[in-house]
Design a protein around this ligand. Structure first.
Ligand SMILES: Cc1cc2nc3c(=O)[nH]c(=O)nc-3n(C[C@H](O)[C@H](O)[C@H](O)COP(=O)(O)OP(=O)(O)OC[C@H]3O[C@@H](n4cnc5c(N)ncnc54)[C@H](O)[C@@H]3O)c2cc1C
Length: 392
């Protein structure tokens, strides 16, 4: 199937975008059609990350795009960032995950919590795609409850820190030049920048996933890793709220991104239904299939309006983390449902890599779980409306 040139726009959301936001959408769509669509099935089948795209994405301004131009970033609005994530995930969640981690989970904390020297050292390289980062919060025994983390950092008398522990499920882990590692200290959780060649630091790629196969997921091991305080510790990141603030940034992008995957599934199913003939007419002419298409486009459109309003609130500085939870929770579930409905419409062809649907459906299983599970976001909304935290 030929990649489409337009996003699904049932309610005219494009008319609500600025010229810059439209340009970002078009640039990202062309990049995905040209560079991602032709190769992504084979990379996913072979469990390979298309690393050759990283510098291209950097050159196009896709990495850390909301950060200021003085660091080589694009200084875009949050809505432009969202629409970029939508387009990247239309290609594959692995491509969007790479950009989310680089921008929201590594560049964002360096920009927000780092020293001037840390920003000057890392941000321009990361914006250009010349250095890759990863974000190590989750541990083998602590996922939804990162407050229990066992990774420990202890200050030495010579202004260095010794870090010990293990992190798991870390996107970009074994291709990263630097890891943002969150560790418990005497004063609570602190963040450290650990370059990949630091003695005692190792990363091991986790193989065998049935989801996000084109994304690198790794375990990080920190065995008496010694880092200098001025180079490594993020001076302004104090307490668990620092990593959680990074997750809010990334979740915002995911809420947009998941809809990109859904859009690709919807458009694939629509095109297929219009040309696939059974009982002497296109299956698009049968009421049962039309119901699926109507439900898909309705939920996709509702999700678009939700993230567009969230993006406007974020640009105005008035959004809340619980609003981000609502968008992440709703839009990922909507995307999964759309992918599953689309899969049924293609019959046997729906399971083949020639079509993107099964790949998206499997990817979305990870997206449902990472960056706060669907359940955890449900409980955050529950807490927001009742005032009672049901998760602890
Ligand atoms: C492909 C992939 C990439 C990832 N990338 C990263 C990364 O780059 N960096 C990083 O730090 N982490 C990463 N993660 C980890 C991810 O954030 C965690 O998997 C997620 O937070 C859930 O943690 P867990 O898997 O340990 O599940 P658990 O926390 O063990 O949860 C298991 C189940 O219990 C439910 N549950 C837990 N607590 C409660 C509660 N209080 N009430 C009700 N239900 C509850 C959950 O919703 C879930 O259904 C990644 C994960 C995947 C799959």
């Amino acid at each position: 199937m030929q990649p489409t040139t337009e996003l699904t726009d049932y309610m005219g959301i494009k008319s609500l975008l600025s010229d810059e936001e439209k340009l970002v959408q078009q640039t990202a769509r062309e990049f995905v059609n040209r560079e991602v669509m032709p190769i992504i099935d084979s990379y996913a089948q072979e469990e390979k990350f298309p690393a050759h795209l990283v510098k291209t994405m950097g050159g196009l301004g896709f990495l850390g795009p909301t950060l200021p131009e003085e660091y080589g970033c694009a200084g875009l609005s949050n809505v432009a960032y969202g629409i970029l994530m939508y387009e990247l995930e239309r290609g594959d969640s692995a491509i969007r995950s790479f950009a989310s981690v680089q921008g929201s989970l590594v560049m964002y904390p360096i920009f927000t919590y780092g020293s001037a020297a840390q920003k000057a050292h890392w941000l321009p390289k990361m914006a250009a795609g010349e250095a890759i980062g990863c974000f190590g919060l989750t541990e083998p025994d602590f996922g939804s409850n990162p407050a229990g983390m066992r990774t420990r950092a202890v200050r030495n008398s010579d202004a260095t820190w010794t870090i010990n522990g293990a992190k798991m499920w870390i996107t970009n882990g074994s291709i990263a030049d630097v890891a943002v590692v969150w560790a418990m200290t005497e004063d609570g959780v602190r963040g450290f920048l650990v370059p990949k060649d630091t003695p005692g630091f190792t990363s091991v790629r986790m193989k065998g996933k049935w989801s996000l196969r084109a994304s690198v997921t790794s375990e990080l091991i920190l065995d008496n890793v010694v880092v200098a305080e001025d180079e490594a510790m993020l001076p302004l990141a104090k307490g668990l709220k620092a990593p959680l603030s990074c997750l809010t940034q990334a979740r915002y992008g995911i809420a947009w991104g998941a809809l990109g995957a859904a859009d690709n599934c919807y458009q694939t199913a629509l095109a297929y239904a219009l040309q696939r003939v059974q009982f002497d007419r296109p299956i698009a002419g049968f009421q049962l299939q039309q119901r699926k298409l109507a439900e898909m486009v309705t939920e996709l459109t509702k999700g678009q309006l939700l993230v567009l309003q969230l993006g406007r609130l974020k640009d105005a500085g008035t959004y809340t983390p619980a609003q981000v939870s609502m968008a992440k929770m709703n839009n990922v579930k909507v995307a999964m449902d759309i992918a599953h409905m689309a899969r049924t419409m293609l019959g046997a062809n729906g399971i083949m890599g020639e079509y993107p649907i099964m790949r998206h459906a499997n990817n979305l299983e990870s997206v449902y779980t990472y960056e706060g599970t669907h359940d955890m976001h449900t409980l955050i909304i529950g807490q927001e409306v009742t005032g009672i935290a049901a998760y602890r």
